[in-house]
Design a protein around this ligand. Sequence first.
Ligand SMILES: Nc1ncnc2c1ncn2[C@@H]1O[C@H](COP(=O)(O)OP(=O)(O)OP(=O)(O)O)[C@@H](O)[C@H]1O
Length: 247
Amino acid sequence: MSDLAARVTGAVKIYGSGEAEVRALDGVSLGFTAGRFTAIMGPSGSGKSTLMHCAAGLDTLTSGTAHIGGTELGTLTDRQLTLLRRERVGFVFQSFNLVPTLTVAENIRLPRDLAGRRADTEFTDALIDVVGLRDRLHHRPGELSGGQQQRVAVARAFAGEPDVVFADEPTGNLDSRSGEEVLRLLGDAVRQMNRTVVMVTHDPVAAAHADEVVFLADGRLVDRMASPTPQGVLDRLKAFDTTGVPA
Ligand SMILES: Nc1ncnc2c1ncn2[C@@H]1O[C@H](COP(=O)(O)OP(=O)(O)OP(=O)(O)O)[C@@H](O)[C@H]1O
């Protein structure tokens, strides 16, 4: 199992109870291979965010297991889970979530600082060049465009050299050109720096940057597509819309 950066097995997540019960995940088993870029797609309400949150240790499963590397998240105390998220998982959110009072350089270093790890200047340096932010290092997030802010968030997510980076609609607030840049960065991190990315997206063009797309419908894993193209992903999604099951 060592080639899986993260995985869920028999994952069930139920919100609410009685008539208000929602089965957001209905028995999903899925591994995210290390060194690969995986996109999670599916219709609205299919469970994409729930799956990501449970796989990343931001939320807990009702039943089943979630692992980051060899660690089963359900066995950890809240404190251990916080540490694991800090040290072994990176996050990129739609809304950037940078610390407004810190400079770009400080934001990027934050995960390492919080983890009490010495800055790996060589790695951080390479990262700053990859995301093209060297001339913005002493600016604050409010002085940057949305696309630049998201590039800072991408650099921050990888700075601690986590096992896996989870990205939740990372291009949702960006125009298509900035979005394309962020997607290319995520792909470069995977292919040039051997990192692992799991991304939730609605956008077939974004999903086509991944090595593989997994499709959810009604809380179940219904299909997977390797080497995706925007048109291929779109066609697959259209098939779910009409029948709820893959074509
Ligand atoms: N905190 C919650 N309480 C109750 N129901 C919830 C909660 N969060 C999600 N759900 C329900 O669980 C199901 C899956 O939601 P989820 O957000 O994972 O779907 P999604 O595929 O990410 O949707 P979208 O593409 O619209 O963001 C939906 O029916 C949703 O209404």
